[in-house]
Write a new protein. Sequence first.
Length: 164
Amino acid sequence: MSTVTPQQLIAAQQSSLETLFGFANQAFAGFEKLVALNLQVGKANLAESQQILAKAVAVKDPSELIALSASLSQPAAEKVAAYGRQVHEIVSGVQAELSSAATSQFQQAQKDAQGFIESLAKNAPAGSEGAVAAWNSAFSAANATYESASKAAKQFVATVSAGA
């Protein structure tokens, strides 16, 4: 019967660590984008506030101040909406990258598990066909469950994104 070698365990651990750090790097890249966006928005708001304050100080009568206030509400609402869209794009992009990476990692794990089961079946002692068949059945059921959950999750994300 075939057994797992220390080299195979080391390779599996290295692969898992690479995957973990890949996910962490993708998350940090998204965080960096959010920080950059917030810095950009903060700088723009500071400059705009300075201009608005200069205009407000230069106002000579209350009607000008009311007109200035009214002229600011529409652009402010548009800026908030644009900011929300940009945040959504960044978060959606990171989510899509992580989802894609997780899917490919899972598919590789499926292939590895299938290879292990096939190796087990080839090297199994006589009379163990029932156990091997049970492993195959459990593996197939797990794959079907994953596929069903994955489709439902993708459908849910698409529905939520369409509503946003």
